[in-house]
Design a protein around this ligand. Structure first.
Ligand code: PNS
Length: 161
């Protein structure tokens, strides 16, 4: 085991829940790649570059974390980067079915790659990128549930700039 793990996601946008998982994952794995998926079936609100910028800004100074993006299958990206572990955060029971399917499909595609789940912290379990965008859209206060760089970007986005 080379100690390299990947934390993949849409990150559309990054939330405080994601940041919490990243901070905890980097305490377990010597190196972590936060990997933005570019070809998700969902139509992202933010472009790949915008999502990467928000992550870079929010994780500034965090050591042993690399930020990257990938197109195509996650397991192919993991193989390319030599990672044997995928990290996923689990919030409520509702996440489980989808995560269960993904983990099994990924294992079938790449038996040497393991998915590890981390329970989202109590204060973050209700946060999703989707709800954050909706609250921000109606001018609700999202401070604390997203990093400051994301809050600013959401405000600018809603003002049409
Ligand atoms: O943040 P999300 O939207 O829950 O992340 C889902 C993601 C991006 C990890 C997943 O959709 C993915 O891995 N997409 C890449 C394509 C792929 O490998 N699909 C097969 C998964 S079984």
């Amino acid at each position: 085991m080379n100690g390299l793990a990947i934390y993949p996601g849409s990150f559309d946008p990054l939330t405080s829940g994601h940041v919490d998982i990243i901070h905890r994952a980097v305490e377990i794995f010597p190196r972590l790649i936060v990997a933005v998926a570019t070809n998700v079936r969902k139509h992202p609100t933010f472009s790949e570059e915008e999502r990467l910028d928000m992550i870079r800004e929010s994780l500034k100074g965090l050591e042993r974390v690399e930020i990257d993006s990938f197109t195509g299958l996650l397991v192919d990206f993991a193989k390319e980067r030599g990672a044997k572990v995928l990290v996923r955060g689990l919030r409520a029971l509702s996440d489980f079915e989808n995560e269960f399917q993904m983990a099994h499909m990924n294992r079938r595609l790449a038996p040497g790659i393991e998915t590890i789940f981390m329970m989202t912290s109590q204060e973050h379990f209700y946060i999703s990128s989707q709800t954050v965008k909706e609250v921000a859209h109606f001018d609700g206060d999202v401070s604390g549930v997203v990093p400051d760089a994301v809050r600013k970007k959401l405000t600018a986005y809603n003002k049409g700039s």
